[in-house]
Design a protein around this ligand. Structure first.
Ligand SMILES: Cc1cc2nc3c(=O)[nH]c(=O)nc-3n(C[C@H](O)[C@H](O)[C@H](O)COP(=O)(O)O)c2cc1C
Length: 193
């Protein structure tokens, strides 16, 4: 089994992180870090309690506190053994911390390590509109090697439910790591079959 590190930060769209972890952990190990602000957003958006969320995770998921800077995943020697790091959703605060090398919580730290070890780093940013500081930070992390993927669902697959829209974004993230899925119908897919 492959190992992925997933961070969920306090941007709107906790559901992106939750669905991503569900999908990846079907066949892979997930080291999961959820920020305290992400739990706050989860409660507001989904009405789920932190304890219930943690109970819902399957046995392939190991959860870490954002405060645990001494966790195994804090070290380059551990991060290099993984497929990389995904932050979904990624708040502008977390983006800024990554762009500026703060490493003040475990999500920032694993992203910093992924960049220094040249491992894949995917940031699923969520804000609207962007100010120039956000855009500059996206430019900085892109220059440093990260992939910035705004949580922008497409409509060409004709989504009918919120779940269809979420699955589109989650499917796009899985595509970055070559993980097989059928979460959305690819452009002209039915014509190919
Ligand atoms: C309901 C709610 C929705 C939010 N949505 C966003 C958002 O979409 N993007 C964003 O950058 N921040 C958003 N915020 C603000 C972040 O939670 C805040 O900046 C926080 O400091 C982020 O912390 P973290 O990145 O450590 O999780 C939201 C806050 C709340 C309470």
């Amino acid at each position: 089994m492959k190992t992925f590190i997933v961070g969920i930060s306090g941007a709107s769209g906790f559901i992106y992180g939750r669905r991503l972890v569900e999908e990846i952990s079907k066949d892979n190990l997930v080291k999961l870090i959820v920020s305290s602000n992400a739990y706050l957003v989860m409660e507001k958006e989904e009405g789920i309690k932190k304890s219930d969320f943690i109970k819902s995770l399957n046995s392939n998921v190991e959860i870490f506190s954002e405060k645990d800077l001494a966790a195994s995943v804090s070290s380059g020697s551990q991060v290099v053994k993984t497929e990389g790091v995904i932050v979904a959703p990624c708040s502008m605060a977390t983006l800024s911390a990554i762009a500026n090398g703060l490493s003040s919580n475990l999500i920032h730290r694993v992203c910093d390590v992924a960049l220094k070890e040249r491992k894949k780093l995917v940031l699923v940013v969520r804000e609207m509109p962007y100010n120039l500081i956000h855009i500059e930070n996206m430019r900085k992390v892109t220059m440093a090697g990260a992939v910035v993927m705004p949580a922008s669902p497409g409509f060409y697959h004709k989504p009918k439910t919120v779940e269809d829209m979420v699955n589109f974004v989650v499917g796009k993230i899985l595509d970055q790591f070559d993980i097989q899925h059928s979460l959305y119908k690819r452009w002209r897919e039915s014509e190919d079959q």
